[in-house]
Design a protein around this ligand. Structure first.
Ligand code: GDP
Length: 440
């Protein structure tokens, strides 16, 4: 996420970080570089200028040059200002109303339908809500189908009236249906066009007026940079929306939209989309995003994700198995699934302070586990619970079954063996035995 911008800001601030004495000249020079980095990231010109001016004023006001660690203070000022620019506080979603009505707006291709599904899934699994998805795109039957596919995937009902050409009516009928059937959130996915046009704007404004939603979210593709900001402006003038959803932040986004959209339309970014899968949704936290942009990682989010996946019951079972020497390949497979649920590897690495930068050029792909999973899937149940039975001919069979080599199978068996030993030692006796095993 925002690799290029992170890199440039890091270079700009590096000069200050390393300096014992800092002069007004290199503060000015640094801020010039910061501004250039922001412009390169497609941040709006006015925003970038105001940003550096504010940081400069604050630096002068706090007498940065006379403090003990001027470099670090400057980094902090930049971080605080970035946070402020992106909205300061985390903006929550308004879930009042029975049912809560959420209207989605945005251009076609922005990720509206995908996000409607992600939001429904988030509210269902994280907020114990019973959402109803509503297909209000009366022009593209494919769009209605797409929402049904999404709904099936996450087990959420989708309301549609393929024959009805009146989106206002569909939305109203859906809300009535929700009231009658105990749904407490209604998410209305509307039609988008490839570009802004008056008919679309009138249509969504009519739906908006008729259903009076608690939340109107504007969905925009972060990859479109300044266009995203301009589109937001137009939608906001018509809908006065409540919040922004930035999608496709997993891609090679330059970051401009995330940084300048709030200052231009004065509406908070509430969620971000970080992938095509239904769980690739995050609440937007300005301070954490500023940390990530400045290469400081985002440990809080990382820990939160780990906690979300952590299943105490499962952990106890595993512990018992390890104690009884019964930890097998099925359990290992299970652990891999847990890690994978936390998100894409690249995304996770980006949350570790410093790691994103250090591993920037290393190709971390999510296929890393594929070979391992294939090997385990090619094992018989006995082989999975008692790897010691895997002899030469079994190894050959497993390798050909999984499309890997005997060497790869050997490697996995060896790693698994080491890991099992390590686990056993951690369980009983702890560190001392481990040190012995390591030859100390
Ligand atoms: P809509 O026309 O606004 O409803 O857009 P869709 O939901 O159909 O999304 C358009 C394309 O963007 C689809 O191929 C989605 O899979 C993809 N997409 C949506 N959100 C994200 C995201 O956060 N990251 C990535 N990489 N792709 C996304």
């Amino acid at each position: 996420m925002f690799d290029n911008l992170s890199d440039k800001l890091d270079k700009a601030l590096h000069v200050l970080k390393g300096h014992g004495s800092i002069t007004e000249v290199n503060v000015a020079e640094t801020l010039k570089e910061v501004r250039r980095a922001l412009l390169d990231a497609d941040v709006n010109f006015k925003t970038a200028k105001e940003f550096t001016n504010t940081v400069k004023e604050k630096a002068l006001g706090q007498n940065v040059l006379t403090t003990l660690q001027p470099g670090q203070l400057m980094v902090k000022l930049v971080k605080d200002e970035l946070t402020e620019l992106m909205g300061g506080e985390t903006a929550g979603i308004n879930l009042s109303g029975t049912p809560t009505v959420i209207l989605m707006s945005g251009l076609q291709g922005s990720g509206k339908t995908t996000f409607s599904g992600k939001l429904a899934n988030y509210l269902k699994t994280k907020k114990a809500k019973k959402p109803l998805l509503v297909a209000c795109d009366i022009y593209r039957p494919a769009a209605i189908n797409q929402l049904h596919v999404v709904g099936d995937q996450i087990g959420v009902e989708v309301y549609s009236e393929p024959e009805n050409k009146n989106p206002v009516q569909i939305a109203q009928n859906a809300i009535a249906h929700a009231k009658q059937n105990g749904f407490n959130v209604v998410i209305v996915d509307t039609a988008g066009r490839l570009a802004i046009d008056e008919a679309m704007m009138t249509e969504i404004a009519n739906v908006h007026k008729a259903i009076n939603p608690q939340e109107t979210l504007f969905v925009v593709d972060a990859m479109t940079g300044q266009d995203a900001v301009n589109t937001a402006k137009t939608f906001n003038e018509r809908l006065n929306f409540d919040g922004i959803v930035l999608t496709k932040l997993d891609g090679d986004t330059r970051g401009g939209a995330a940084i300048s959209i709030k200052s231009v339309v004065d509406k908070p970014i509430k969620f971000i989309g970080t992938g095509e899968k239904m769980d690739a949704i995050d609440v937007f936290h300005p301070a954490r995003m500023a940390d990530r942009i400045l290469g400081m990682g985002d440990v809080v989010s990382l820990v939160e994700r780990a906690q979300e996946q952590f299943d105490e019951e499962e952990a106890r079972k595993i512990q018992k198995k390890i104690a009884k020497n019964q930890f097998g390949f099925d359990d290992f497979l299970n652990q891999i699934q847990q890690v994978k649920k936390m998100g894409s590897m690249k995304d996770l690495v980006g949350m570790i302070p410093g790691a994103g930068k250090a591993l920037k050029d290393v190709d971390i792909d999510d296929d890393a586990f594929k070979g391992i999973e294939a090997i385990i899937h090619s094992m018989t149940p006995t082989e999975r619970t008692q790897p010691s039975v895997i002899n030469g001919s079994r190894k050959k069979r497993i390798a050909s079954g999984s499309g890997t080599s005997v060497q790869q199978v050997n490697q996995l068996l060896k790693q698994f063996d080491q890991m099992s030993k390590m686990m056993k030692m951690m369980q009983g006796g702890g560190g001392r035995k481990m040190m012995q095993a390591m030859g100390k």
